[in-house]
Structure formats: C-alpha cells, structure tokens
Design a protein around this ligand. Structure first.
Ligand code: ASP
Length: 422
C-alpha cells in the first residue's frame, strides 16, 4: 500500500472516530483519557519529529541551493522571480477573498446573540493572543531583525525567527560561491550530509504518519464544537470557497501556462504533501515532505527546491493571506465598521505582508491577524468570534500554502530550462 493511501486511511479513520465520539459520548471520561494520554501525545510526537529537522534542513538546503546555483547573477534572477511570484500570487489570493466577502457579506448573517456568546466563550484565548500580539514586533524592527545579531539565538527559542535563519543561510550560500572552490568543498560536503540525514530522519518520521495523522485528526474532531460551524457557516463557506477557487482555479492556470504542466497530474503527484499539510496545519512540519516529493515525483532539481521551498514555507502563504483578508472584512461587517476601498487596499497589503511574516505552525498567523484588526479600527478582541473554527480553516489554508510553494518551484524550474517529470 502506498504511503499516501496509508495516511489517507489514518485521516479518514481519525475523523470518523473523532466525530462519532464527539456526538455519541460527549464529555466521556474514557474519551478524555484517550485524548490526553494517547492521541494528544502521539500527535505531538509526530509533529515534533517533523519540526525537529526543520532548522537544520532550512539552513542546509538553502545555503546548498544557493551554492549550487553558483553564479550570483543567476541567483539574483531566480531570487527576483521567486519573490515576485510569491507577492503577485499571494495578492491574487487576497483579492479573491475580498471579492467573495464583499459579495457574500457573511458578517450580516451572524446574529447579535451568537456574536456575544462567541465573544464570551473565547474571551480567555483572545486575551492571551492579544498579549502575544503586543509582544510581537512588526514594522521597521521586523526588517532590522531579519539580520540576526546572533543566528543561534535567533532560532534557539520556541518560535524561531525563520526570516533571520533564511538571511543567514542565504549569506553563507553566497559566501560559498565567492571563496575558492577547493576551500568551499568540505563545507558543501557537510551540508549535503545534513540534507541526506534529514531525508532519512523524515522517512523514519513518515512511517509514523498514518498513526500521527489519526491522532492529530482525532484530537481535533473529538473536541470540535460542530455547532460553531453552523453558527459561523456563512463565514466558513466564504473562506473555503475562496481557498477552493485559488487552489482549483489560480494554481491550475499558473501550472498550465507558466509551467506547462497538467494540473490533474500535479495534484496526484503531490497527494502526500496535501495530506501532511492538512493534518499537521503546519507549512514548516510539511517542508521536508514538500522538498522530497517535489524532487522525487516532479523532478524539480535540488538547487531549485533547496532555494524556493524553504523560502516558500516561511514567506509564501497564499491560503493564510486569503483567510486574513476574509476574516478582517467579516469582522468589520460584524462590528459595523465601514471599510472604504482605500482601507480595503490597506487590508490587501497588510494581509500579504503579515502572511510573509507568519510562522508556518498551527495558528501561526493569528497574532499578526489581530494586529491588522487593530490597525483598521476593528476591536482586536473580536478575534474570539472565529477562534472556535480556526483549526479547521487552518488545515485547509495550510494545504494552499504548501501547494503554492510547489507551483512556484515548478515555475522556476521550467523557466530555468529544466524539464519536469511527467
Ligand atoms: N498554519 C499555517 C501554516 O503553517 C499558518 C497559519 O495560517 O496560521 O502554513
């Protein structure tokens, strides 16, 4: 049985068991025991196993990718194409979201009593997020921090500063191309070694995937307040419709015209990545799988995947940006804040920027989203309204985040004259 079939079975059985126990045995101590001592730890072990390799992998694959590209002019060209692609496609995603939210106006469907109930039930969580947001720096300091004073300290914390790691890795890669090749060779060998070891570790971790996925999905679905989906149905439908349009509309068009690749074949080849992103809700945890599937199944050369995909996992979040745009406008509608066209353009800009700055972990974008709310005069504690459905939406938007990275890598490979495997 192929790996993605096993993961898919884990996902479906986790969802079925979770939903059934949620409806049949709500508040059962046995289920709570199962969640606390079996599925929660198993899910976390699986996630940690994957995330454990992300820092060495980003460093090794990015600096190696740059060193393998070799010529700085070529690097500049690829870098420019990659970043432009990220920004343009992310902007398209936000525009799709904003068009839908203006047409559907989901905020008008939320009864005032539900709004108050939701604000009350999620008040504690919302206050915690607000506090995190107050500590998060965003602005000119974010730019300064991209150049780390101490690269180890930048990543040696619970929320590693991935942009700083990216900068450090890029500079090391560039320096490797500038020194005598004989002197560069030993370090390049070590980086290749780190890359190879990561692949093996991830392969071991992915053997756990069917069980890890079962555990993650069971933990979410067995606790999920399904009645919230009904209360927030118009909002959820708007986000999911937007994500679906981008996933099955924008990406196939880009694949067809830029990469000359059959979109159906593409989706089939990246099934494992989609399943991993959906069940982990984390672009970072999915990164090792994203890299190996892009190389093995799509034939994208390692210097392109090594460069584009680590950048993408941190900076290119199409689904997140779309979700942010929809959520800001939805909450504006709920709170009766009128956002002019000018303000909506600011929302587009801020959604793109904060998606670049969001961490690729579950709910990584929420603190920055709260910041955008405050910026356009929407009560930031209003985030409480959507927190109950965030995990489900996170699973869906993370699929777009990683698929967007692979479409970009496919485009860059094609435009650099490489043929993708059919
Ligand atoms: N979970 C998303 C990711 O890892 C980030 C977010 O939208 O919260 O890509």
């Amino acid at each position: 049985m192929s790996r993605h079939t096993k993961i898919f079975i884990g996902l479906i059985s986790g969802a079925t068991a979770g939903v059934l126990s949620n409806f049949l045995f709500p508040d059962s101590p046995i289920i709570q025991f199962f969640q606390t001592y079996i599925t929660d730890p198993l899910g976390k072990i699986f996630l940690n196993f994957l995330i454990m390799m992300v820092i060495p992998l980003v460093f090794a694959s990015l600096s190696l990718g740059v060193a393998q590209i070799g010529d700085l002019k070529k690097l500049g060209k690829i870098g420019f194409k990659t970043i432009s692609y990220f920004i343009v496609v992310t902007t398209v995603a936000v525009i799709i979201g904003l068009l839908l939210v203006n047409i559907i106006r989901p905020g008008d469907y939320l009864p005032a009593t539900t709004k108050t109930q939701l604000m009350d039930s999620f008040k504690g969580q919302a206050t915690e997020i607000k506090q995190t947001t107050e500590k998060t720096e965003f602005g000119i300091q974010t730019l300064v921090n991209i150049i780390p004073r101490n690269p180890i300290a930048a990543v040696a914390k619970p929320n590693p500063d991935m942009l700083a790691l990216i900068f450090f890795s890029l500079i090391v890669g560039i320096a490797l191309t500038l020194i005598n090749q004989e002197k560069a060779a030993p370090l390049i060998k070590i980086l290749e070694g780190i890359n190879d070891v990561t692949v093996v570790v991830i392969n071991i971790a992915m053997k756990l995937a069917p069980y890890g996925v079962f555990a993650l999905i069971f933990s979410v679905t067995s606790r999920f307040g399904f009645e919230l989906l009904v209360a927030l149905s118009m909002y959820v439908v708007t986000v999911i419709l937007g994500l679906a349009l981008h996933l099955f509309g924008t990406f196939p068009v880009l694949l067809k015209f830029l990469s000359k690749y059959n979109p159906v074949k593409f989706f089939k080849k990246i099934e494992t990545v989609i399943l991993t992103a959906f069940s982990t809700s984390s672009s970072s945890a999915t990164l090792p799988t994203t890299i190996s599937v892009s190389q093995t199944n799509l034939g994208i050369p390692s210097q392109i995947t090594g460069f584009v995909l680590p950048l993408g996992a941190t900076m290119n979040m199409n689904g997140t940006a779309l979700f942010e745009g929809v959520t800001v406008l939805f909450l504006a509608q709920v709170f009766g804040v009128n956002l002019s066209l000018g303000m909506q353009i600011i929302v587009i800009l801020m959604s793109v920027l904060t998606a670049i700055g969001s961490a690729g972990v579950p709910s990584g974008s929420i603190p920055l989203l709260v910041m955008v709310l405050a910026m356009v005069n929407i009560p930031p504690e209003g985030i409480a309204i959507i927190l109950g459905v965030d995990r489900i939406l996170d699973m869906c938007r993370t699929v777009l985040n990683v698929t967007g990275d692979i479409t970009c890598a496919a485009y860059i490979a094609k435009s650099e004259g490489y043929n993708l495997s059919e």
